[in-house]
Design a binder for this molecule. Structure first.
Ligand code: ZN
Length: 211
């Protein structure tokens, strides 16, 4: 389960071409939406977003009605405007066409330039077509993957979806690290362990063999 997987904070370092570009701390997330917005915020600058704002009301330009959106990604530079971020933690079925159509209309009505939809299972075929037509990026955020898988799949999706706004030439490398609970030294995470490899070899047998 995601929330137990990331309950322990970890440092994130994003390196591009061997240079450190961005750091942040992830963890202590209370819910799916918070996890998604926090992660998007950490990597916002890589995707041409200045910032990610939380839940808010936006007025429809066409309809005049008010929409509550879960998060808003504000873009920068020549790509001014904003994207609507939706988090739908449905664990039983993929997002269908009707649900995507609702988001597509919100985008149109509010004058957003696109959307980011975060969900555990992804999109059904018809929904994927709507997403492509309306500039909606699908981000699969699993609920039971390891910390590294979680970050990698999340960032991978973002990179694939908004490639044109990424100004950096090389793919970012993400390094997750944490201070060892036993000796206090900073070590690179392979999974979501709290004890560094050195202390683990001394005190307990490793949970898996790394080749
Ligand atoms: Zn240690």
């Amino acid at each position: 389960m995601l929330l137990t997987t990331i309950a322990q904070p970890a440092n994130i370092i994003v390196e591009v071409a061997g240079k450190r570009r961005e750091t942040g701390i992830m963890g202590n997330w209370r819910g799916y939406e918070k996890a998604a917005t926090d992660l998007l915020n950490h990597f916002a600058s890589h995707f041409g977003l200045v910032r990610v704002e939380g839940k808010q009301m936006i007025r429809g330009l066409e309809s005049g009605t008010w929409w509550e959106i879960e998060a808003k990604g504000v873009r920068e530079g020549s790509h001014t405007g904003f994207v609507i971020i939706e988090c739908r933690r449905y664990t039983k079925s993929k997002q269908n066409q009707e649900k995507l159509a609702a988001l597509a209309y919100q985008i149109e009505d509010t004058g957003a330039v696109g959307g980011i939809l975060v969900s555990p299972l992804g999109l059904q075929r018809g929904a994927a077509k709507i997403a492509a037509a309306k500039n909606i990026i699908e981000v699969k955020l699993n609920t039971d993957c390891t910390l590294e898988e979680f970050v990698m799949s999340f960032l991978g999706k973002l990179m694939a979806g908004i490639k044109e706004t990424v100004v950096l030439g090389d793919s970012p490398v993400i390094v997750l690290s944490r201070n060892c609970k036993s000796c206090g030294r900073m070590f690179k995470l392979l999974d979501n362990e709290t004890i560094c490899p050195d202390c683990r070899t001394d005190k307990q047998s490793p949970s898996k063999v790394i080749t």
